[in-house]
Design a protein around this ligand. Sequence first.
Ligand SMILES: Cc1cc2nc3c(=O)[nH]c(=O)nc-3n(C[C@H](O)[C@H](O)[C@H](O)COP(=O)(O)O)c2cc1C
Length: 196
Amino acid sequence: MNNYIRLTYASTTTSKPATIRQDLVAILNEAQMHNSNHDIYGVLFYGNNYFFQCIEGKKLEIDSLYEKLLKDTRHKEIVLLSYEPINKLRFMGWNMKYVLQEPAILEFFESNHWEKFNPYALDEDLIDPFLNILSSHNESTPGEREEVMAPEAVRGNVLNYRYAVFVIIIALLMLVGIYLFSSFGGAASIQGMTVQ
Ligand SMILES: Cc1cc2nc3c(=O)[nH]c(=O)nc-3n(C[C@H](O)[C@H](O)[C@H](O)COP(=O)(O)O)c2cc1C
């Protein structure tokens, strides 16, 4: 018998959209360094302001990491989803694999009647299929800012962009108006002078 444990939990980020990317990079660096020294393996998924993490390793190591995770203020509403003894490490080779929102993952949630990724919705029947998707999926890096930005932030950017386009169009219309007014208004006053 081995004493490996697989623990999964859901949590919500406390990071602001502007800092989530750098926070993710810092979390992954800490995780990969600590985990490789303590034979801990797993996967971290971030999307829609939520984290889903699976950690696997020796019971003592997993328990002590989970204690630290519970105290980490970079996330909140931490809910333990599963804690089970295992025979085989599913994420062996990844001290902390990182996966971003991908069509296969969104489809998985949609097919289970959830519009968006929501790790709190993962009951014990869904955790295993979800881990299968994550383990077969390519690893991501917290690269492009948009990739990791919260949907609100992306929406905010779209709104700012639309606002800028709107202001430019109004400014152009005003310039055209001034031009037309000065051309026709000027011509009319010249005509008026001629008539007089
Ligand atoms: C979502 C999330 C996932 C994390 N995953 C890990 C992890 O897998 N391994 C790890 O060592 N730290 C991880 N951390 C960081 C730990 O909570 C903690 O900050 C780190 O282990 C350093 O703790 P220490 O300063 O008490 O040693 C994670 C933090 C967050 C917010």
